[in-house]
Ligand binder design. Structure first.
Ligand code: SAH
Length: 397
C-alpha cells in the first residue's frame, strides 16, 4: 500500500498555490508512514491527489514536494530532468558573464527542495539539506555523473540546518578526485578568486554577491574604501579594479584573510593599497568612530544575524548597531553598501532598521539602488521565502 499524507480540512490552499512545503500543523493523518525521507503521496481532506513529496517526521516541515504530477516518479531520471532544466535556465548567465562558478541548483527555487549544487570549474559541490534529498542521494549523484561525466562530486552536507531534519553533518568526496586546498575560479569575465571547497564557508564562496561586487566598482575611483566582513576579499578586488585609493578589509577569520591576500596578487592588483585587519567588526567600527576616522565607501556584508524568527529582534539590534556606526564614519557624499542575508528579515524591515540607524547617527541619506541575490539564486514565485539577500546602496547627503 502506498504511503499517504492526508491534510486537515482547509489546509490544501498553499499546496494548490504550488508552495513546496507541508507544515506539521497541516497534517491530519499519515497512512502507512514511510522511512525518513522516503516518498509520500499528499491528499486533500476530500481525497483528491495534490502532490508527491518526501516524508520528514522529525521536521516541522513534514513534507517537501517533489512533484504535483501523480504520474511522475522520483528516481534517477527525475533528477536528470530537473537538474538539466536548472542548468538550461542558467545558460545565458554563463555565456554573458564568463563564469567558471555558479549555483547550478538552488533547492526549492529549482523545484528540488533541500538540494544545493554549486559548480566550481570541474567540481560539483553538493549540499543536502533535507531528509528527502538524503533518501535519494544515490539517484542525485547518479544523475550528476550522467550529466557531468567530466566533473568530480564533493559533498558539503555540514550545514547546521540538517539537524532540523534529523540528519548528521558530513562532508567528503562522493566521486572523482579530492579537490585541492584551493582552486581558482573566474567571475564577471576577469576577476580570479581562490576558493577552498573543503573548508570554506557555505560551499566555499559567496556566489550570491557576484553582481553586487561588480556594482561596487563604479563608486570607488580615488576613494577610501572600508570592506567589513570581507571574507576572501571579493568586494576588495572590485574596489581595487575600480581604482580605489585604499581598501581596508575587516574579518574575524584568519584563513579567509589569508586567501584574500593571495587573491590580490593573483589579480595583479596593488597590495600596497590594501590593509587586512583581523578583528570583530563591531569593535573595529566603534574604535574608528572614537578616533574620528572617515571612509568614502563602506561595505557591510555581515553573516546571517537571524537564524530563526525568534532571533529577529536581536538581529535588528545588530544590524542597527553596525549601520549606525558605519553611517557616522561616512564622509560627506560617501556611499554605504549594506546587506542582510537573513531570510527572516524582510526588505521593508531592513530598510526601516537602516533608516533608524542613519537617524540615530544624525546623518541624512538616500537609497540610490536596491540590491539582491544573483540570478543563479532565483525566487520561484510560489516560494517567496527564497528571497534572503537584500542590499541597499545609500548615499550620505
Ligand atoms: N563579503 C563576502 C562575504 C561575507 S560573509 C564576499 O563577498 O565574499 C561574512 C563574513 O563575516 C565571514 O567571512 C565571517 O568570517 C565574518 N564574520 C562573522 N562575524 C564577524 C564579526 N563579528 N566580525 C568580523 N567578521 C565577522
Amino acid at each position: 500500500m502506498n504511503s499517504k499524507l492526508i491534510l486537515n480540512p482547509d489546509r490544501d490552499k498553499s499546496v494548490r498555490r504550488l508552495h513546496p512545503w507541508i507544515f506539521s500543523k497541516a497534517v491530519g493523518k499519515v497512512v502507512n508512514p514511510p522511512a525518513n525521507g522516503d516518498d509520500i503521496e499528499i491528499y486533500a481532506d476530500d481525497g483528491s491527489f495534490l502532490a508527491r513529496g518526501s516524508y520528514s517526521p522529525n521536521s516541522q516541515i513534514r513534507s517537501r514536494i517533489w512533484t504535483f504530477d501523480q504520474n511522475e516518479k522520483i528516481d534517477r531520471n527525475f533528477f536528470i530532468s530537473r537538474i538539466r532544466k536548472a542548468a538550461e535556465r542558467r545558460q545565458t548567465l554563463l555565456e554573458e558573464n564568463q563564469l567558471s562558478a555558479l549555483r547550478l541548483v538552488d533547492a526549492e527555487s529549482d523545484y528540488l527542495p533541500g538540494l544545493i549544487i554549486d559548480k566550481y570549474n570541474e567540481f560539483l559541490v553538493l549540499q543536502v539539506q533535507s531528509a528527502g534529498c538524503e533518501f535519494h542521494l544515490k539517484d542525485i549523484t547518479e544523475a550528476l555523473k550522467e550529466l557531468y561525466p567530466e566533473c568530480s562530486i564533493y559533498e558539503r552536507s555540514d550545514a547546521a540546518v540538517r539537524t532540523k531534519e534529523g540528519l548528521e553533518l558530513r562532508k567528503g568526496v562522493i566521486s572523482g578526485s579530492e579537490p585541492p586546498e584551493e582552486i581558482t575560479i573566474t567571475e564577471n569575465g576577469g576577476i580570479k578568486i581562490l576558493v577552498n571547497i573543503r573548508d570554506g564557508h557555505k560551499t566555499g564562496y559567496y556566489l550570491d554577491q557576484r553582481d553586487n561586487r561588480r556594482f561596487l566598482e563604479r563608486y570607488c575611483r580615488n576613494k577610501k574604501v572600508l570592506n567589513c566582513f570581507s571574507y576572501t576579499g571579493g568586494f576588495c578586488l572590485y574596489a581595487l579594479k575600480g581604482k580605489a585609493s585604499s581598501v581596508t578589509n575587516v574579518d574575524v577569520s584568519q584563513p579567509a584573510l589569508d586567501i584574500a591576500k593571495k587573491n590580490i596578487v593573483l589579480n595583479h592588483l596593488d597590495p600596497g593599497r590594501v590593509r587586512f585587519i583581523r578583528e570583530d567588526v563591531f569593535n573595529f567600527l566603534r574604535r574608528e568612530k572614537k578616533e574620528g576616522k572617515q571612509y568614502d565607501v563602506i561595505v557591510l556584508d555581515p553573516p546571517k544575524f537571524a537564524e530563526s524568527r525568534s532571533q529577529l529582534d536581536r538581529a535588528c539590534r545588530g544590524y542597527k548597531d553596525i549601520n549606525m556606526t558605519a553611517a557616522s564614519l561616512l564622509s560627506p557624499g560617501g556611499y554605504l553598501l549594506t546587506f542582510s542575508c537573513s531570510g527572516h528579515m524582510t526588505p521593508d524591515l531592513f530598510q526601516k532598521v537602516v533608516a533608524d540607524a542613519f537617524l540615530d547617527a544624525g546623518r541624512k541619506g538616500s537609497i540610490v539602488q536596491y540590491l539582491h541575490q544573483a540570478e543563479d539564486h532565483p525566487v520561484a514565485l510560489p516560494y517567496p521565502e527564497a528571497l534572503y539577500l537584500k542590499g541597499l546602496v545609500i548615499r550620505a547627503d
